[in-house]
Design a protein around this ligand. Structure first.
Ligand code: ZN
Length: 158
């Protein structure tokens, strides 16, 4: 094998190791950024039934504000459409504390990460202009989507 071939082989192995380390770093850092929110959301995920007409806790959401505060909420489901989503429940507590700008959102149903519904997306967008940039956790690999990616043609931008 020529010296160039050895260098090429070495470069390929080096790139593979670096690539693996880079992927691992991205994965772990991405997950770490959301770990506290995931744990908070999971801690509140607990189905409870009340009165035969109301239940809650099937979905749990946790948000981090620009100032670093965390808020959580669970969904409330009723037999006559008076319920509220976990995200809007968390937003209500956040707004009560005079916070409006969100940087991260985690929403969990069972073992799945889910997206906020259209009504929650709309409220998030209207709460603060920079909420369009907030990151929503997509899966436990640490992948995220920005709110604006879910609403590319939002009416408020026209
Ligand atoms: Zn919703």
């Amino acid at each position: 094998m020529t010296q160039n071939a050895w260098h090429f082989c070495f470069a390929k192995v080096y790139a593979k190791v670096l690539g693996t380390l880079a992927w691992r770093y991205v994965y772990e850092e991405g997950y770490k950024m959301f770990r506290e929110l995931i744990e908070l959301a999971r801690a509140k995920l607990r189905v409870q039934e009340f009165s035969g007409k109301v239940s809650c806790g099937q979905v749990s959401a946790a948000i981090e504000t620009a100032s670093g505060q965390l808020f959580s909420g669970v969904c409330i489901d009723t037999s006559c459409s008076l319920g509220i989503c976990a995200e809007r429940n968390a937003i209500g507590t956040m707004v009560t504390e005079q916070e409006f700008k969100i940087t991260k959102l985690v929403c969990i149903k069972g073992n799945e990460f889910i997206f906020p519904c259209g009504a929650c997306q709309e409220l998030l967008m209207q709460l603060h202009p920079e909420n369009a940039e907030l990151e929503i956790l997509v899966n436990d690999n640490g992948s995220t989507l920005k709110l604006k990616e879910l609403m590319p043609y939002w009416w408020g931008n026209t």
